[in-house]
Design a protein. Sequence first.
Lengths: 161, 161
Amino acid sequence: MRICMEPIGYVEEGLPEDRGRSRYQVDSVIRVKDKYARGLEGLEGYSHAFIIYWMHRAPEPMLKWRPWRRTEYPEVGVFATRFPGRPNPIGLSLVEVLRVEPPRLVVRGLDAWTGTPVLDVKPYDYHDVACCPRVPGWVRDRWEEDRDRYAREAPWMGPRC
Amino acid sequence: MRICMEPIGYVEEGLPEDRGRSRYQVDSVIRVKDKYARGLEGLEGYSHAFIIYWMHRAPEPMLKWRPWRRTEYPEVGVFATRFPGRPNPIGLSLVEVLRVEPPRLVVRGLDAWTGTPVLDVKPYDYHDVACCPRVPGWVRDRWEEDRDRYAREAPWMGPRC
């Protein structure tokens, strides 16, 4: 079975190539096709949304992966990480909705380069919220390393246990 | 531009056709292809995951929609709802991870029928958590209607403000 789709739009301004800033410091602009512009109406009622995109520059898929190749982390299956090199390189970012200006949408927190094809935009609602999820030790350790930065850049993000 | 992919697997047991039970009362079984079985290893370290799937029985796309056709709700753009009739009918469900038994994965909360093609599985991590999101009034009203049921069936779900 083969499933085919067309992008609803593209990332017009995304993460800079130099990686000098984190995704939470960058306002990204998504430009949907004119025929879909009205589909954005009402999204301004939400503080957050999911952007689903096609990671067109993803590395070759790997079935198991040692996160960031750090020796202190365990090797895990690709479906237990967010590593882009996956069988279907679909990207999923939770973003802040900054401005809805059809056919454009300005968000913060998108982990995608300029030119990335966008497949869908979905509002973040209460069904997407698990405030106290369990994650593996290596994920918690990685989070702790950046905790202070996240508290500054994206204070809305993270668990409340 | 046309983007094509193959499912990584299928929903082997999903929501019953009679809709007699909510998605949070149903344990769903996802069967990934044998070649991807090892990709599930490590997912048991997470309490929750996202299932990304192809809503193969979605209705025709609509650009604007009055949620559940209820007259008290406003008409909104498709990208401001989770309505399945969208340009690319990609489904996204936050689920509880119950058991990881490669090539099978047993979850609770999946909003998909038996036979649904699965495109990706991603772990739910701290970057996906916004505990106090703003949503439109109609979304909050709809949530309140089922609040007691959610508290029983999926007490981990919902905002903490």
